[in-house]
Design a protein around this ligand. Structure first.
Ligand code: T46
Length: 135
């Protein structure tokens, strides 16, 4: 499985500044209906977040300001990418362990989610995640 799936958004900039439109649908950028949007901001640089996987949740993470480092792990391999562009979305599928590190002070991470918030969808123990994803 290719863990790193980028979605490129077109920047509709003009001399006034930049604008990105995110559209959903089969032939559009985001491949699922968005049921929830949240954003993470003012995370301290020394703080790491995430450390979980989701059983049934697809998400697109877009760093609309600043940057952070995202680690993705499918139980077999671990990769890391920098989210540092408002025109690049990272598609995170079900059953992928994620960690977020090295938030810049100005980081605003916007996340589009395919499902409503459900704490029972989280797997917060890495060994349990590996057992479930590798079985
Ligand atoms: C993910 C990464 C990228 C809610 O009540 N509703 C929500 O929609 C969310 C996302 C969180 N919460 C509550 C649950 C916790 O009490 O907000 C608190 C912080 O959530 P959490 O510790 O899960 O945050 P992160 O940054 O570790 O993870 C979040 C998402 O939860 C997760 O789905 O993939 O961002």
């Amino acid at each position: 499985m290719n863990l790193v799936k980028w979605i490129d958004f077109q920047s509709l900039g003009d001399k006034r500044g930049s604008l990105v439109a995110v559209e959903i649908g089969m032939d559009k950028a985001v491949p699922f209906d968005i049921k929830r949007i949240y954003y993470i901001y003012r995370t301290m640089e020394s703080v790491s977040r995430g450390y979980h996987a989701h059983k049934n949740l697809k998400q697109v993470a877009i760093c609309v300001a600043g940057r952070c480092r995202m680690v993705l792990d499918d139980g077999k391999k671990r990769v890391e990418v920098w989210l540092d562009s408002p025109t690049k979305g990272l598609l995170i599928e079900d059953m992928v362990w994620r960690e977020m590190h090295d938030f810049s002070e100005d980081c605003v991470l916007l996340v589009l989610a395919s499902e409503h918030y459900d704490e029972s969808d989280y797997i917060r123990n890495y060994e349990r995640f590996r057992r479930e994803v590798l079985k």
